[in-house]
Design a protein around this ligand. Structure first.
Ligand SMILES: [Zn+2]
Length: 322
């Protein structure tokens, strides 16, 4: 092990579509990185193998071996147990409905300690330590993407509750409301999650509504309505896209304002695919939609857009390594 590699850590952002890895030095500096698609077939073993390859490749590009790292952190979807390193019910990963000892598996291969954490929480930790949340002590992260995830930092420390805290997407904003992808009704995610919005758009098309959304999707070789496709449709003045984004932002306004009433955080950081895309153009709109629901409405907390971009998840994962 070379003396200068002593402080390097590995970070793996395990997503439903891609695996992003990074080798991270002091103050979050990225020394090497690699990205590859998440396997769509097989099970946890196949996904773990792809993670090992991607991490090893990032290490090579940083001029080290995985065994030289101080450790590796993983931001994982599903139920990621920080204490045991077991990941279960990662439903958007292939064949991963049960429990899998991910940390042990990776650690045996890399020969260094491996820690797992919730994907959104680690991304919020990264924004808190190094990005948009840096000036604050208490931060609520809202990750607006396929679903709507959350992460909470209270008085400088991540708040995990008993392991399931900050699931802001499943705050109920309408009793008996729209069916959520979680199976319940009226959750914020049922209106604002990318997947729920796509299902709603398909439903509206079936009822005869016109939209360019699915044309654009095909034109750009996508198999789902990505944040980029939504943005393009809105640019082209697509009525249905405009309506559904507005509906999403109204839902986010109600849900985030309710969370502010409970927590009164110093700042809210908006991240995720849709969050980063529409944070640029729709932040004022979101502020406006929060306002009527704020109990104390004359001094709302600042709303910031995540600053670390695509590598935020992997950088945050690396911070799990102590
Ligand atoms: Zn739900």
């Amino acid at each position: 092990m070379s003396p200068r590699s002593g402080k390097l850590r590995g970070g793996i952002d395990l997503g439903g579509t891609k695996i992003q890895t990074a080798v991270v030095g002091a103050r979050g500096a990225v020394k090497g990185e690699e990205r590859r698609p998440t396997p769509t077939e097989g099970g946890p073993e196949e996904v773990a193998a792809a993670m090992i390859e991607a991490m090893s490749e990032a290490a090579r590009s940083a001029g080290v071996e995985p065994g030289d790292l101080a450790g590796v952190g993983v931001g994982s979807p599903g139920d990621a147990d920080e204490r045991t390193g077991v990941v279960s019910a990662a439903k958007n990963l292939p064949g991963w409905s049960g429990a899998f000892p991910l940390a042990d598996q990776l650690s045996a291969k890399f020969g260094v300690p491996v820690k797992v954490g919730n994907d959104v929480q680690v991304a919020v930790n990264a924004e808190f330590g190094l990005g948009a949340g840096k000036p604050y002590d208490t931060v609520l992260g809202v990750w607006w993407g396929t679903g709507v995830g959350g992460g909470l930092i209270l008085a400088g420390k991540p708040w995990l509750g008993r392991g399931a805290a900050a699931e802001i997407g499943h705050m109920v904003i309408k009793l008996g409301g729209a069916r959520c992808t979680c199976g319940r009704r009226g959750c914020m995610e049922a209106y604002a999650g990318r997947l729920a919005m796509e299902l709603k758009a398909r439903e509206e098309v079936k009822k005869g509504k016109k939209t360019k959304l699915f044309e654009l999707m095909e034109e750009h070789g996508r198999d789902r309505l990505t944040s980029g496709i939504w943005a393009r449709a809105i640019k082209q003045d697509d009525k249905l896209a405009i309506h559904l984004i507005d509906r999403a932002i109204r839902a986010l306004g109600a849900g985030i304002a309710s969370a502010v009433n409970l927590l009164d955080p110093e700042a809210i950081v908006l991240g995720g695919g849709l969050g980063e895309r529409f944070g640029e153009t729709h932040l004022d709109e979101l502020r406006k939609r929060m306002h009527p629901h704020l109990f104390v409405d004359d001094d709302p907390p600042p709303l910031e857009v995540a600053a670390l971009g695509d590598l935020g998840g992997a950088i945050g994962a690396s911070l799990l390594v102590r």
